[in-house]
Design a protein around this ligand. Structure first.
Ligand SMILES: Nc1ncnc2c1ncn2[C@@H]1O[C@H](COP(=O)(O)OP(=O)(O)OP(=O)(O)O)[C@@H](O)[C@H]1O
Length: 559
């Protein structure tokens, strides 16, 4: 299939902001794909990616190398292309301009196909070792040599992961449903179970509703994690659930999903990114501790400080980010894994079993040690007993408790009331930076305040809920300015509109009802706490969550 057709789709998507139209364009395109194998990769290409996030492969191509490749393909000096980027403010546009001006015309140009683009990019990702940059350069230059200006523009954006077509997962889900006349709930379910839109699109095309309803979890494909809502207190959680409840310590770390297949162990983060290589000691221990041939289990990875006390979750994220000198980090930031769920064991999917049964199965395959433990639990319906457990958890330095219904099945991707979390403070919000304002005086060269948006899944958009300017060090402000500058969409006076990409954790004194923002809510005294690199913008807190927290705040006040 010609890459030109995909480029046309990108162009159409860029031209409209209407979600309905975008969905229609994507659906029509998916329908036009004849080869089912191609459908496995196209959904990701539409999202502007080469691989799903959970795939460990990365292109490893920066702006510099890309410009070099375009320079090689066009005969135009790299400096000239760099200058042009300063003018257009958009690398994609500049690549298109360069291709238009191309000095050497190649007489043997082969029209680009999607297959060729994909295969070449896979090769680029798999090129490593000596002189790998040179080899990547050649592979890319060959692609650009055969690309039309428009193709080059989108190719460049795909390679640098800067595609802005406004297609998010929800839209893709709807488009698959529309293209193959299958039920949207079944597409959603299959995606929650496998996180693989390529696979889901292929099943939808070949096997329709029936095939989709038979999709199962698979070792090697991460499942969307089940999530929790906050309860005001232990007592409220007991009242909400009725009867006996499983309370577990809420560890303050990073959630991981462990997939074991024989000797092979793959570990995914909360965002379902493959973090296996960054934590080799955990992989080794899991291999020994899990007494099942094949399994998918979940737990919280905690950084351990002095006297075995937990350290804040940012320490675990530092471990995930580290690519070199990992041995040193194993010493510096020791980790402990606290397991709390089993989703699959030796050929049997467990998500439709009640929690109680899943926990028993988990216990039957885990050999506990210093660094691999079962999450501490207490099953009770007694308020005092549960409160004692809660206070002990806090004293030990944990975040609070989780309360889980004993009869609850595992609902991938759902934030319902079957799991509740209880912690002493109103929880912070994870919001997306959607705008910023240049500072004054000493801070004139940095953004001094940031407009925050909550996610609206219906519209696939972000709705403002406040502006934050405190909690940042000078260093933070510099970092954020550097990070956000390439994401500027529009500049008006001192204010800029920012492409929603960066998620931050925000503390606040209270949530107020306010007409100031379209959301109807505004944060009072918001304060920056941390950068949530582990969350994608679609995983930021929703406008519904802000409303729920407002209710929760009012209920906590009523006590
Ligand atoms: N025993 C446990 N059972 C389930 N989750 C736990 C447990 N201990 C710690 N956690 C963590 O708490 C989170 C549950 O809260 P929630 O569903 O709101 O996730 P979240 O959106 O990542 O929020 P948070 O910022 O509170 O971690 C899990 O994602 C997991 O990382």
């Amino acid at each position: 299939m010609k890459y030109k057709e995909l480029a046309e789709l990108y162009r159409n998507l860029e031209k409209t902001s209407s979600k309905i139209l975008k969905t229609k364009f994507v659906a029509e395109f998916l329908k036009s794909v004849e080869k089912p194998e191609l459908l496995e990769i196209i959904p990701y290409m539409i999202l502007g990616k080469v691989f799903p996030d959970w795939d460990e492969r990365e292109l490893g191509v920066g702006e510099k190398l890309l410009i070099k490749a375009v320079s090689m393909a066009t005969g135009i000096d790299a400096k000239e292309i760099e200058e042009s980027i300063k003018d257009t403010g958009d690398l994609g546009e500049s690549v298109a301009l360069a291709l238009k001006k191309k000095k050497q015309k190649s007489f043997f140009a082969q029209p680009l196909t999607i297959e060729r683009v994909y295969k070449t990019l896979v090769k680029v990702a798999e090129t490593s070792g000596e002189r790998s940059q040179d080899r990547k350069l050649k592979l890319l230059a060959n692609l650009f040599m055969d690309a039309s200006p428009e193709e080059g523009k989108y190719l460049a954006r795909t390679i640098l992961a800067t595609m802005r077509t406004g297609v998010a997962e929800g839209l893709l889900r709807d488009a698959i449903s529309e293209a193959f006349k299958v039920k949207v709930e079944l597409v959603e379910r299959a995606f929650m179970l496998t996180s693989d839109f390529g696979y889901v699109a292929k099943v939808a095309k070949l096997e329709g509703n029936e095939g989709l309803s038979k999709v199962h979890i698979q070792v090697g494909k991460p499942i969307r994690p089940m999530l929790a809502q906050q309860a005001p207190s232990v007592k409220d959680a007991l009242l909400e659930m009725g009867g006996k409840v499983e309370f577990e310590i809420k560890y303050d770390g990073a959630r991981v999903q462990v997939h074991k297949d024989g000797n092979e162990v793959v570990i995914y983060s909360r965002r379902l990114e493959n973090v296996t290589k960054s934590i080799p000691e955990v992989v080794e221990r899991v291999r020994k501790a899990i007494k099942a041939e094949r399994a998918i289990i979940e737990g919280e990875l905690v950084a351990i400080g002095e006297e075995g006390r937990p350290k804040p979750f940012q320490f675990v994220l530092r471990r995930f980010r580290r690519k070199y000198n990992i041995e040193e980090m194993i010493e510096k930031i020791p980790l402990e894994l606290n397991l709390f769920d089993a989703l699959y064991i030796d050929g049997e999917g467990l998500i439709d079993l009640p929690l109680k049964e899943r926990r028993t199965r988990l216990e039957s395959i885990v050999e506990e040690s210093e660094s691999i433990k079962l999450a501490q639990k207490l099953v009770t319906q007694n308020v005092e007993e549960a409160e004692r457990f809660y206070n002990e958890a806090l004293k030990m330095g944990h975040e609070g408790l989780m309360a889980k219904r004993l009869d609850s099945v595992y609902e991938p991707g759902n934030r319902g009331k079957k799991w509740l979390k209880i912690k002493p403070t109103m929880e912070n919000l994870d919001l997306v930076i959607i705008g910023a304002e240049w500072g004054e005086g000493r801070r004139a060269h940095v953004f001094a305040s940031y407009l925050l948006g909550a996610y609206d899944p219906e519209r696939g958009d972000f709705v403002p809920v406040g502006k934050v300017g405190s909690g940042f060090t000078d260093e933070d402000l510099l970092e954020f300015t550097k990070m956000l500058k390439p994401l500027i969409i529009k500049e008006e006076g001192k204010e800029v509109v920012i492409e929603p990409k960066v998620v931050v954790e925000i503390a606040y004194q209270e949530i107020q009802k306010s007409p100031k923002y379209e959301s109807g809510f505004a944060l009072r005294f918001p304060r920056y706490v941390s950068l949530r690199e582990d969350k994608s913008p679609e995983e930021a807190d929703t406008i519904e969550k802000v409303a729920q927290l407002y209710e929760l705040q009012e209920r906590m006040r009523g006590k």
